[in-house]
Ligand binder design. Structure first.
Ligand SMILES: Nc1nc2c([nH]c(=O)n2[C@H]2C[C@H](O)[C@@H](COP(=O)(O)OP(=O)(O)OP(=O)(O)O)O2)c(=O)[nH]1
Length: 154
């Protein structure tokens, strides 16, 4: 027998409702040097949430965008480049302590046009893969940072 539809007595509390998962894309922009591969790392500003932590450039996927399309847009906004988005290297899900969950996809970028310009970050640096653990990265990135620094992914 079908359950009758019951009237909702309690008002819905928006603060108690689960937050939707945020879909985020980020780029491992790589360059070859005589001493090996380097990747571009970026530091969040002091007035941002999770201030001064390090991350890879990127951001949230907007409605109607593909992951690659979103990343191309973010890299253009943040760094002033037109990037060719390469293969996806990793995907992680992470629950931050504020209750927000992110689904984070990392893509490789080996080619771009334009010159890198720091438009939004506190700082930006090229890091050899084996030195990535010296940066204070966002918690969701830590597994990837360990694997990259141990030469496991690239
Ligand atoms: N771009 C980027 N974001 C990351 C990384 N790791 C990680 O946890 N994130 C999180 C931080 C942010 O909460 C979210 C990216 O959102 P965003 O770049 O569009 O905006 P935002 O920092 O202002 O974040 P928010 O306050 O809107 O949550 O993903 C990473 O390596 N790169």
């Amino acid at each position: 027998m079908k359950e009758p539809i019951r009237k909702l007595r309690e008002p819905i509390d928006p603060a108690a409702a689960p937050k939707p998962v945020r879909l985020v894309v980020a780029a491992l922009i790589l360059r070859d040097t005589d001493s090996g591969l380097e990747v571009l790392v970026c530091q969040r500003k002091p007035d941002q949430p999770m201030s001064l932590k390090w991350e890879f450039p990127g951001g949230k996927i907007e409605l109607g965008e593909t992951a690659e399309g979103a990343l191309e847009r973010e890299l253009n906004e943040e760094l002033g480049i037109v990037a060719t988005i390469g293969r996806r290297i990793a995907r992680v899900r992470h629950k931050y302590r504020n209750g927000g969950t992110i689904d984070l996809q990392f893509f490789m970028v080996r080619e771009f046009t334009g010159s890198l310009e720091n438009r939004i970050f506190n700082d930006m640096q090229w890091s050899p893969l084996e030195r990535l653990t010296e940066f204070d990265f966002l918690a969701a990135d830590l597994g990837l940072i360990r694997d990259l620094s141990e030469g496991k992914l690239l």
